[in-house]
Design a protein around this ligand. Sequence first.
Ligand code: TYM
Length: 335
Amino acid sequence: MRIVSGIQTTGNLHLGNYLGAIRNWVAMQDAMGPSDDCLFFLADLHALTLHQEPASLASATIEMAATLMAAGIDTDRAILFNQARVPAHSELCWLLGGTARMGWLNRMTQWKDKAGKNREGASVGLFTYPVLQAADVLVYQATHVPVGEDQKQHLELARDIATKFNLDFNVELFPLPEPIIPAEAPRIMSLRDGTAKMSKSDPSDMSRINLIDEDDLIASKVKKAKTDPEPLPETIEGLADRPEARNLVTIYAALEGRTPADVLAEFTGQGFGAFKPRLADLTVAKIGPIRDKLTALLADRGEVAALLRKGAAKAQALAAPTLRAAQDSMGLQVD
Ligand code: TYM
């Protein structure tokens, strides 16, 4: 197995990233066998598709790397690096630009959401973003990609690109990467709007729980989360038209590793006045220790940077043969 996944270096990591992806990365790393590889990277090149302040980008890269380590990524077992340090990602991205179709990219919901009505004013990078994402996984011949549900469409595109490339150049170079999406926490929603996903780019900090938040702040965000006055129903069907209530139950279940049905069985008939303090305590108990480790790791940013450099060297070595095979199959003269 070759497990590959990335995270964009904008803003702070939040509970959605943790429950939707990072926790799964750690589980896959912990379960990996001697012939498997796990590669996790900070997608700093993807961040550039929207304007970033250079100093913020640089510090976000280090802070996110430290957050991943605090959450359980072990740089002795997994390869942790930032995308910009491994030029093979960008090089393969260009090669795949001849394979990807405009129509495929036009259908990407993230492109439609982020570009909004102003497509003419959106950056070219925002449009071609999924091609770089395809290169990120294909350059390692990834077999498994642990992501949250919102990245499923991008992964399907990577599979389409891989299939067409293999066909067009008559090679069996790229295996089709399999998305691995956690069943119990597919999509964590905003605490202010149960129909929008929890996101780093939401202007309201109250909409998300960041992995760096202090305990008091976590508790107050949970207590101020939008809900409704109804008590919790008996079954999850009863949450169908209550997106905010459903989101809090999903978060509770995911944090405790239970099913939402099981959580409802415990809280049926109780209102949010009773449920929220329990959820606040649980969130603090799970996130607090990660934040404390993160704070300790950030005391030596130079050490975090050194670990990223080492990871990049290992990643580049794994990427080089695939990039070369792609270049050869296309007739490029590179030596
Ligand atoms: P990003 O940085 O938005 O998110 C990183 C991971 O967290 C998951 N996630 C969520 N899961 C559940 N609920 C949420 N509210 C939530 N928000 C984020 C995402 O699904 C993702 O797994 N384009 C990617 C980064 C990327 C990548 C890749 C991923 C670049 N190259 C190659 C996989 C493989 C992104 O912006 O994720």
